[in-house]
Design a protein around this ligand. Structure first.
Ligand SMILES: Nc1ncnc2c1ncn2[C@@H]1O[C@H](COP(=O)(O)OP(=O)(O)OP(=O)(O)O)[C@@H](O)[C@H]1O
Ligand SMILES: [Mg+2]
Length: 353
């Protein structure tokens, strides 16, 4: 059966907008409909499964067949949280499956499929976001507490310096003053008030071109910055200055990690059916900043978005947390995958809520 001539064609077209895979199986066990999310999860076209090849869905997936049989017998909803589904010639996928019996004109079973790793990712993002929020608050309080006495220490060192009997002793007061200044500026960066974003229509490639030219001005000659843009991407609603700052922090890290030799790629693509935190987006823009440097040191790989985590001499560990905050204020998210020779930071920004 073709979804276009099904009496519930409108309903089915609405189902195509879901991030959850939906498969409708008729009482004889024949697949009658597959939404877009199910097609992409299973890696098959609906036409294949809805035709004579319907049995393929159950043939090599005993767990799924078992669930269908028990749903058939009991006519009750069956949920399996982690099921393996194998289609001949495809890599098995793990999904959480719910099978429910539907009566009426659409009689049969509705199979809902949610990829297991997407669920884990949502939970992980939510947990990271909460941890980051708590950390930020803690650091702001701490920075506040440190800032005031620091002013006192610096002032006292200046007064002391004036009273010192010998010029050579001033080296010591200068150390106190300089180090206080360094700490002071770190505290100020931690306390930077959050500016609310000013949204406007933004061409993401203009943002990246700005970042590229800023970066080229400070980049050693041995580093190549390549572009791989999908120029068909529409404009997004965002704060361009905040996006420039976020992308610059990421790209600058890439350049710094490569010690004068290597390649950075700015890539843009469209991403579909994305989960950003607990929200779901039909369409998003994905900006990848890729480098072929040594990769993020393993010891800090999971913590790089936390403040003060740095694997770089002289680094303050504030670049990435700030980037993540800025992108989050624009309703987006940054993800990172890194191994030696291939580090990819992906910025996701909503195209359509
Ligand atoms: N592309 C990358 N390749 C290798 N390591 C990276 C890369 N990006 C980030 N890192 C690691 O993550 C750490 C944290 O980065 P972050 O930008 O938050 O702080 P920083 O660069 O150390 O200091 P700051 O940006 O505040 O000057 C870096 O110190 C570095 O060790
Ligand atoms: Mg940095």
């Amino acid at each position: 059966m073709n979804s276009a001539d099904h009496p519930a064609a409108t309903l089915f077209s609405a189902l195509d907008n879901l991030a959850t895979g939906v498969v409708v199986v008729n009482p004889a066990g024949v697949v009658g409909y597959l939404n877009a999310a199910a097609e992409s999860l299973l890696g098959v076209s609906g036409a294949l499964l809805m035709g004579g090849e319907s049995a393929l869905l159950f043939e090599r997936s005993p767990e799924l067949l078992g669930a269908l049989q028990s749903a058939r017998a009991s006519r009750e909803t069956v949920t399996e949280h982690d099921m393996e589904i194998t289609l001949p010639g495809h890599t098995p996928v793990r999904a959480s499956c719910t099978l429910s019996y539907v009566e009426g004109s659409l009689e049969g079973w509705v199979l809902e499929l949610r990829p297991v790793d997407a669920q884990l990712r949502i939970a992980r993002h939510e947990q990271i976001r909460m941890q980051q929020e708590a950390n930020r608050e803690l650091l702001r309080n701490l920075a506040h507490e440190i800032k005031n006495p620091l002013g006192g220490i610096r002032g006292a060192a200046q007064l002391l310096e004036r009273e010192l009997p010998r010029e050579s002793l001033k080296d010591y007061t200068q150390v106190i003053i300089k180090e206080s200044d360094r700490l002071q500026s770190l505290m100020e960066r931690l306390l930077t008030p959050r500016r609310l974003p000013h949204f406007s229509a933004v061409n993401i490639h203009e943002v990246l071109e700005r970042v590229r030219s800023l970066l080229l001005a400070e980049t050693p000659e041995g580093i190549i910055i390549q572009r791989d843009y999908d120029l068909s991407l529409p404009e997004i609603e965002a704060d361009p200055e905040q996006l420039i700052q976020a992308a610059l922090n990421i790209a600058r890290n890439a350049v710094q990690a490569m010690h004068g030799q290597g390649k950075v790629i700015f890539r843009t693509r469209v991403a579909r059916q994305m989960h950003l935190g607990s929200r779901r987006l039909k369409l998003a823009v994905r900006v990848d900043i890729v480098d072929n440097g040594p990769g993020i040191p393993e010891a800090i790989r999971e913590q790089i978005f936390f403040p003060l985590v740095s694997g770089r001499e002289g680094g303050s560990g504030l670049g990435l947390p700030l980037a993540q905050t800025l992108v989050a204020q624009n309703y987006g998210m940054i993800e990172c995958e890194s191994e030696p020779g291939n580090t990819v930071f992906s910025i996701y920004l909503p195209l359509q809520a």
